[in-house]
Design a protein around this ligand. Structure first.
Ligand code: ATP
Length: 263
């Protein structure tokens, strides 16, 4: 079983593009270590390669040069140690809440009884009790996202990758889900990597925030978030350190260097 921290070692990615001369340099010389149990967020303007980086950790995209490792082992494809959660929930519309959550458990070869125990636990954790037999279209957006969280966590991956998971939600639901996600992360000891456009979300949740710049996509800077844990929701409106970090991240994003090369 693969284990250990993640290391992204001098990774670049160029997509060939459909047209001649249409190559896109999506990432240039990105290096980053992500500790076990860390909550790390990646922010940056559209097109700076955030999703590409996340997809490389997931094993969906291969670097053009450089390597992504889990412990000593190069990541060559998706694996049961990593799971990805998407903005559009990616639930199977024809499966009930319970069957959606159970989906990844079948692949792990668990017995029916073990699957039922795990589903019950994650139904509880995601506050979906009483909704086990509903279909996704019968749920609100916030509930669908909670199913998505439960489905990602049920197979017990070490690393949870999230691409704008709350972008489609209203701000109240989003705040509530951030708090739930934080509580789940605090209890789980897992590594969470979140791509988001939302500065407050990144700040509230993370140990570190990676700020990326575009064209070519690269790491501009990494900001440590020294806010103590457990974090209380009113940090977001009352804490002077939170406010100062928010301003700093805002300035970093808006002073992003201008395009220098490629497309
Ligand atoms: N499969 C692909 N083929 C060709 N070009 C791609 C592909 N995937 C991404 N790109 C290009 O690579 C660059 C980085 O894209 P990526 O989706 O990683 O950025 P992003 O920071 O996640 O953007 P956004 O915030 O808009 O989601 C963009 O210019 C994009 O058009």
């Amino acid at each position: 079983m693969t284990a250990g921290p993640l290391s992204i070692d001098d990774v670049s990615k160029t997509y060939a593009g459909a047209r001649p001369n249409g190559a896109v340099r999506a990432l240039s010389r990105v290096s980053l270590d992500i500790g076990e149990g860390e909550f790390l967020s990646i922010i940056g303007p559209s097109g700076c390669g955030k999703t590409t980086l996340l997809n490389m950790i997931a094993g969906f995209v291969t670097p053009s040069t450089g390597v992504v490792r889990r412990g000593a082992v190069a990541i060559a494809g998706p694996g049961p140690d990593r799971t990805m959660m998407f903005q559009d929930y990616a639930l199977f519309p024809w499966l009930t809440v319970a069957d959606n959550i159970a989906f990844g458990l079948r692949a792990k070869g668990l017995s029916r009884r073990e699957r039922e125990t795990a589903v019950a636990r994650f139904v509880d954790l995601a506050r979906l009790k009483g909704f086990e037999d509903r279909l996704p279209h019968e749920l609100s957006g916030g509930m669908r996202q909670r199913v998505s969280v439960a489905r990602a966590l049920a197979p017990d991956p070490d690393i949870v990758l999230m691409d704008e998971p709350f972008a489609a939600l209203d701000s109240l639901t989003r705040d509530a889900l951030q708090e739930e996600l934080l509580a789940i992360w605090e209890r789980s000891g897992k590594t969470f990597v979140l791509v988001t456009h939302n500065i407050e979300e990144a700040l509230f949740l993370s140990d570190r925030v990676v700020v990326m710049a575009p064209r070519p996509g690269r790491i501009q800077t990494i900001v440590e978030i020294p806010l103590p844990r457990p974090r209380s929701p009113d940090l977001r409106t009352r804490d002077p350190v939170f406010m100062a970090l928010k301003q700093r991240l805002f300035d970093l994003l808006h002073d992003a260097p201008q395009p220098s090369e490629g497309r």
